[in-house]
Write a protein that binds this ligand. Sequence first.
Ligand SMILES: *[C@@H]1O[C@H](CO)[C@@H](O)[C@H](O)[C@H]1NC(C)=O
Length: 212
Amino acid sequence: MKPSLLTFSFLLLFVFSLAFSTLVDEQVVVDTNGNPIFPGGRYYLMPPIFGAAGGGVKLGHDTESSTCPVAVFQDYSEVVNGLQVKFIIPGISPGIIFTGTTLNISFVEKPQCVESSIWAIVAGWPAWIGIGGDEDHQESEILTGKFNIQKHGLGYKFVFCPTYTIPPGSCYDIVKIDDVNGRRLILPMDDVSAPFEFVLFDAGDATRNSVV
Ligand SMILES: *[C@@H]1O[C@H](CO)[C@@H](O)[C@H](O)[C@H]1NC(C)=O
């Protein structure tokens, strides 16, 4: 049988995708279905293993006296998916997110009392993960810098590279810590704390529990 043009096109596509995957596949950030994540997608951040590691991310109060929930927590319960997050990368990119791609992490929903739901590092001891801008954190400074995703264990971790570090160019893992108010995400800027490890569940997909 003479190979048709269609067969040929499929073959070409196959060879092309094979070449592409050999080059970059390892670094494409994928969801639990193996699909590349993309800006505009909505995801739940969950520990890779269902159980004691807990559930998804949510908002809570930094201190007892704070009126607006601007601090990022992880739910203790593995059956809680938490809040949906999305990723923002500069407009003219192809839309594929690789490990190391500079991006912003944002909750899909925004509480009324805050200017934005983009994740930010709030200075403190330790620095902590919050949402909003300078106007939402009058008492402490927002650290400038860049977020990216890196592979870690069975999933991924978030890394933050502050603009000003000693030595220059240092990056730090976002980790979780048990605080009086719950399990919080912080940036301790040391090498000893275990990163907050997560996988990405497509929030448009209801099959989360069958994966883990
Ligand atoms: C992330 O958000 C900050 C604050 O809104 C902004 O200054 C920065 O340009 C954004 N970066 C990306 C990669 O979208």
